[in-house]
Design a protein. Sequence first.
Length: 114
Amino acid sequence: MAAGLIPLAQHWTPQVEASAVARPRILNEAGTSRPAGEGMGSPISHDAYNIISALHAKYEGLEAYRKYSWDGDQRIWKELTERDDEAVRLLCDELEKLAREGRLCTSPSGKSTH
């Protein structure tokens, strides 16, 4: 290794937990950030937010598979699409369950209703 270079893998450590990365953050007037919804009351529950976020990610993946399938072997993209379609159905069922149970939205105070 060249003198003065530090191997990145030996000295790098994650700075935040995965759960902190998954939540959007808002920059306040003081220049510090806080999780979106904190302090102002989020209109949806944390569970609903997570499910909606996962659905969004799945739909982005499905769109990518559709585009990739134009270029070559469609078998792999078809199989991945079928698997993600099942995951989307499961997430939609869970979101509908939250709505039926009254756990989709938060109370006016911003706290989860359950």
